[in-house]
Design a protein around this ligand. Structure first.
Ligand code: GLN
Length: 280
């Protein structure tokens, strides 16, 4: 009996993932075969007609079994692309998401020298900003020690570790000094929204990065209430929000006395980033 070709193995795997309710089964089968075979995903069509070696077939089978129980592809391959760079990820941190690139674009539109990232997670925001701004320095804080280690690893990987300080801290608790840019993608899902999220998130991403266990707005109250003590006079705060939180988060900042509060949309036209400056 001859071994299946790569194309046959991918088709069988895609059918299995489809049956398990995976949203994009063919794409995932291709990415995971590429990972199992240690080839670039873009080159997978080249090996499609070839029989796959038993050890690759075995690795692929294992990856597909995990994907079928909804382990995210990023966790299986160990990385996820964000703003043109690959970030190491794990179940300890929120996966970098494309909508967060909106915050990056906005942050890079103005100069900054010192940036603070609250809830640094994988480090994708802080590390990207430092990689894009070679003169800038930054501090990233997270409650989770495992996240701090992940962010540090990504800072090393992308060669900004000398300009990045990663601290375990409950929001501003361990932060000192002033920054001209404060950024955050905090947990913003409400407790009841957690019941509706995809299994990849609910089972395999850290709940503390996704939800405050309350109305989804707790982090914004802390940031709006305390950021002025850590901001330079001309500095500004930029936070990612859930697409239905635009009005509520703007109100939180206005109520806390911020003079200028604006809302920006992501590429899908959804409310995504609040910028606040001129605190009371
Ligand atoms: N954007 C995430 C999601 O869609 C939520 C992450 C967060 O709370 N910061 O699920």
């Amino acid at each position: 009996m001859s071994a299946p070709t790569a194309a046959q193995a991918m088709a069988a795997a895609a059918a299995r993932l489809r049956a398990a309710g995976v949203p994009d089964p063919a794409r995932d089968a291709r990415l995971l075969l590429a990972h199992a075979a240690s080839v670039d995903a873009a080159r997978i069509t080249l090996i499609a007609p070839e029989e796959i070696a038993p050890e690759i077939a075995e690795r692929f089978e294992h990856l597909i079994a995990l994907r079928a129980i909804r382990v995210p592809v990023s966790h299986l391959v160990g990385q996820r692309a964000f703003y043109g760079r690959d970030f190491k990820v794990s179940a300890d941190v929120l996966d970098p998401r494309p909508e967060t690139e909106t915050l990056i674009e906005l942050a890079l539109a103005d100069p900054f020298e010192r940036v603070l990232d609250l809830g640094v997670g994988s480090g994708c925001i802080l590390v990207t900003l430092l990689a894009e701004r070679g003169e800038a320095r930054g501090v990233g804080v997270d409650m989770s020690e495992a996240a701090c280690l992940q962010a540090s690893a990504n800072a090393v990987l992308h060669q900004v570790a000398g300009r990045a300080e990663i601290l375990q801290s409950d929001w501003f608790e361990a932060v000192e000094g002033r920054f001209d840019l404060i950024v955050s993608n905090p947990p913003y899902l409400a407790a009841e929204e957690m019941a509706q999220v995809a299994p990849e998130l609910a089972r395999h991403e850290p709940a503390m990065a996704l939800t405050d266990g309350a109305d989804g707005l707790s982090a914004y109250r802390v940031i709006a209430g305390q950021a002025q003590g850590y901001l330079t006079a001309a500095g500004h705060v930029m936070v990612e929000i859930g697409w239905q939180q635009g009005d509520a988060v703007q109100q939180i900042f206005r109520d806390a006395g911020w003079g200028r509060v604006t809302l920006a949309q992501d590429l899908d036209g959804r409310a995504r980033v609040i910028t606040a400056s001129d605190p009371a």
